[in-house]
Ligand binder design. Structure first.
Ligand code: PRP
Ligand code: URA
Length: 209
């Protein structure tokens, strides 16, 4: 069964509060999102497997640990997911990055696919899907379905703000996928926006409204 990890470290809560404020501009919004992504990335990668590695320090030989097995891929859901990529790459610079383009139809609130470009060996990688907002859950669920159709079998979802409706959808559609979120907000409004939320994440990152 999918696990929900709420990563509510005080530094993350503090930065998220500033992101939520209406008068926080795009530059600060992007900076805060990047900083939170680094902090969340620390937890999202907590269970990566390790293997022994024989090394020599200037003093003696020893057995150290290095990350073993599968390599990582970071998959942002366009556009807003782009704001969480650099933070993860700071932690894992060798991760590959794929892109899934989805937008929500303003009338139906259902996701519409417009782009997909993934690393050629994606099925061999541990995949971290990133998107700041988990609202109805339609976009995240569809993105995960697209990845599974291409052979991915080790997927986790990292979002910033979620609501119970979105969490329930992803867990029902993808019981094998763990969800990492910084906050679980109250509900969705009539336009399927998260309340209290932070507004339209893509518009706030890119200054498009
Ligand atoms: C936002 C957000 C998610 C999606 C969440 O993207 O970044 O991808 O909505 O909503 P859902 O859980 O109800 O699917 P949007 O469609 O606004 O596109 P954008 O990132 O290009 O602005
Ligand atoms: N997408 C956003 O950017 N914000 C929401 O609150 C819901 C969907």
């Amino acid at each position: 069964m999918s696990q929900l990890h709420v990563i509510n470290h005080p530094l993350i809560q503090h930065k998220l509060t500033y992101m939520r404020k209406t008068d926080t501009g795009s530059k600060d919004f992007r900076t805060l999102l990047n900083e939170i992504s680094v902090l969340m990335g620390y937890e999202v990668t907590r269970d990566l497997p390790l293997e022994d590695c024989e090394i020599e320090t200037p003093i003696t030989k020893m057995t150290g640990k290095v990350i073993s097995g599968r390599k990582l891929a970071v998959i942002p859901i366009l556009r807003a997911g782009l704001g969480m990529v650099d933070g993860l790459l700071e932690l894992v610079p060798v991760a590959k990055v794929g892109h899934i383009g989805l937008y929500r139809d303003p009338e139906t609130h259902k996701p519409v696919e417009y782009y997909c470009k993934l690393p050629s060996d994606i099925e061999e990688r541990i995949v971290i899907v990133v998107d700041p907002m988990l609202a109805t859950g339609g976009s995240a669920s569809d993105a995960i379905t697209m990845l599974k159709a291409r052979g991915c079998n080790n997927i986790r979802l990292m979002c910033l703000v979620s609501v119970p409706e979105g969490i329930a959808k992803v867990q029902a559609d993808h019981p094998d996928v763990d969800i990492y979120t910084a906050a679980v907000d109250d509900h969705l409004n009539e336009n399927a926006y998260i309340v209290p939320g932070l507004g339209d994440a893509g518009d706030r990152i890119f200054g498009t409204k």
